[in-house]
Design a protein around this ligand. Structure first.
Ligand code: AP5
Ligand code: MG
Length: 213
C-alpha cells in the first residue's frame, strides 16, 4: 500500500501516519523528520533546510525531491510506505508519480486530513515531539502516559522550533499557496480520501482505516 498524507501543518499527518504504518507494517517517511534529524546532526543538508524551516517556508524542490526518491528506493519500501509531508508542491507530486510509473506502480491513497486554520493555531502550542522515534503528543489532546516522556521509546519529549505562533501562521500561508493544490491533483488521480480532522485522534484513525480498507 502506497499512501500519501495531505493536510495543513498540525492537521495530524504525523500522528495518523504512525498509526497507519503500524497497521499495515510499512515505513512511515516524514520529510520534516528527516530534515530535523539532519539539523540535529548538523549535516550540510540540515543547515540548508533549517534556514527555510525557521521561516515557515518550504525547502527547495531540488533538495527535497532527490532525498525522498532515494528514501523510497530503499528495501523496506518494497511493500509500500506512508509519506508524511511529501509531496508538498505540484513538481514534487509529478516527480513522485514519474518515479513510481517507471516501476509500474502508483499512489493507492492520498488521505487529506481537513482541519480549519483556527483549530490549528490553538493546537500547535501544546504539541510535544519525540526527537528519537518521531512520536507526537499534545499536552491536552493526546498526552503521553508520563509527562514529558515518549510512550514508545522513553525519550524526553521536545517542542519544535517552528511551532512559535508567528512561524505557524507563515507555515499555514505556505500550505494554502503551495500545498493545497495537491488535493485537486490527487482527486484527478482518483485516489483522494478526505477525513474530518477535528474529531478525536482515534475517531480520525477509524475514518482513515475505513477509507483504506
Ligand atoms: P513537517 O514536519 O512536515 O511539518 P508540517 O507539515 O508543518 O506538519 P506538522 O508536523 O506540524 O503537523 P502534522 O500534520 O504532522 O500534525 P501532528 O500529527 O504533529 O515539516 C516541517 C518543515 O519542513 C516545513 O515547514 C518545511 O520547511 C520542511 N519540509 C518538510 N517536508 C517538505 C517538503 N516535502 N518540501 C519542502 N519542505 C518540506 O499534530 C499536531 C498536534 O496536534 C500534535 O500535538 C498532536 O498531538 C495534536 N493532534 C493530532 N491529531 C489531533 C486531533 N485529532 N485532535 C486534537 N489534537 C490532535
Ligand atoms: Mg508532522
Amino acid at each position: 500500500m502506497k499512501i500519501v498524507m495531505l493536510g495543513a501543518p498540525g492537521a495530524g499527518k504525523g500522528t495518523q501516519a504512525l498509526n497507519i504504518a503500524k497497521e499495515f507494517g510499512i515505513p512511515h517517511i516524514s520529510t520534516g523528520d528527516i530534515f530535523r534529524a539532519n539539523i540535529k546532526n548538523q549535516t550540510e543538508l540540515g543547515m540548508k533546510a533549517k534556514s527555510y524551516m525557521d521561516k515557515g517556508a518550504l525547502v527547495p524542490d531540488d533538495i527535497t525531491i532527490g532525498m525522498l526518491l532515494d528514501r523510497i528506493a530503499e528495501k523496506d519500501c518494497e511493500n509500500g510506505f506512508v509519506l508524511d509531508g511529501f509531496p508538498r508542491t505540484i513538481p514534487q507530486a509529478e516527480s513522485l508519480k514519474a518515479a513510481l510509473t517507471l516501476q509500474n506502480t502508483a499512489i493507492d491513497h492520498a488521505v487529506d486530513i481537513e482541519v480549519p486554520d483556527e483549530v490549528i493555531t490553538t493546537r500547535m502550542g501544546g504539541r510535544r515531539s519525540c526527537p528519537k522515534c518521531g512520536g507526537t503528543y499534545h499536552v491536552v489532546f493526546n498526552a503521553p502516559k508520563k509527562e514529558g516522556i515518549c510512550d514508545n521509546c522513553g525519550s524526553e519529549l521536545t517542542q519544535r522550533a517552528d511551532d512559535k505562533p508567528e512561524t505557524v501562521l507563515e507555515r499555514l500561508k505556505t500550505y494554502h499557496e503551495q500545498t493545497q493544490p495537491l488535493i485537486d491533483f490527487y482527486n484527478k488521480e482518483g485516489v483522494l480520501d478526505t477525513v474530518d480532522g477535528t474529531q478525536k485522534p482515534d475517531e480520525v484513525l477509524k475514518c482513515i482505516l475505513g477509507a483504506l480498507k
